[in-house]
Design a protein around this ligand. Structure first.
Ligand SMILES: C[C@@H](O)[C@H](N)C(=O)O
Ligand SMILES: C[C@@H](O)[C@H](N)C(=O)O
Lengths: 155, 155
């Protein structure tokens, strides 16, 4: 059985914000998160993949109750960046598989994504570390994804 | 002083792989990570931001010594996906700020990114959780980024 995975979590209370076409230069992430911190907004998961052509995209999650305030701050901070596009998803479901040594146990990621796939759940965002692997899915998929992960990891 | 941040780490021994234009449908992430797991390859940081137009990008890091094997497996698994593009960076520097409650302390992300910005370091990828915030930067920026983070967090 899977003793490396200690817990499976479903967090249905966050929202996701995405900023596309940020200038991919030093200081931009700092500007964004300084603005968000000024709003006392808790940022949970930040995801940025590599940029292309001098532009980068950035997504992060916040408590749903902070979304409006967050968007207000972001509109202001992204205003000087002409091409930047702000978008958001008010309802998301965040699934997390937690444990220790999740990367040295090469099977955990595979199992997590297979469990989600078997449940027909599309993975929208991924963010992982050695102790927590998280996937964002549509809110309507949250429960089914959670059940599938529980079965997979017998957590 | 910052008691919430317990440690700053520089990991100069990983490589980054990116797959662009993956079909954004259930089962794709599972396929990718099953293939990688079959190669016994340790995946550290996985980052996937939201897709667009039915396509998604996915990046992850592996030990540099596993890069060639990883690319071999990925070429095979992505072959059926016509538009998928594989790219990689053999040398990266991964900076991590570690502690507890990193998201509830709204200042930590802001400080981390400001420290990197002040050092003139461009952030290529971001992956965060409550206990670890990681940024991938160019290998030539690794030491300077590390020094700047140490100063910021007096860790
Ligand atoms: C996009 C953003 O992360 C930028 N590369 C920065 O370093 O701030
Ligand atoms: C791109 C990949 O994550 C896909 N959305 C999946 O669910 O497998």
């Amino acid at each position: 059985e899977d003793i490396v995975v200690s817990e499976v979590q479903l967090d249905p209370d966050q929202a996701r914000v995405t900023i596309r076409n940020l200038p991919d230069v030093p200081g931009v992430a700092a500007h964004v998160f300084t603005a968000v911190a000024e709003g006392q907004i808790m940022v949970d998961m930040i995801v940025q993949d590599v940029g292309q052509g001098g532009l980068a995209n950035l997504s992060f999650t916040v408590p749903r109750s902070d979304l409006d305030q967050c968007l207000l701050l972001l509109r202001e901070v992204t205003e000087p960046w002409a091409g930047a596009e702000l978008s958001f998803e008010k309802q998301i479901a965040k699934l997390s598989v937690m444990g220790i040594g999740l990367r040295s146990h090469t099977g955990v990621g595979e199992k997590m994504f297979r469990a989600l796939a078997d449940a027909g759940v599309n993975v929208q965002l991924i963010n992982t570390s050695e102790i927590r692997m998280s996937a964002i899915v549509a809110p309507s998929d949250g429960q089914r994804a959670y059940d599938s992960l529980i079965r997979m990891f017998r957590a």
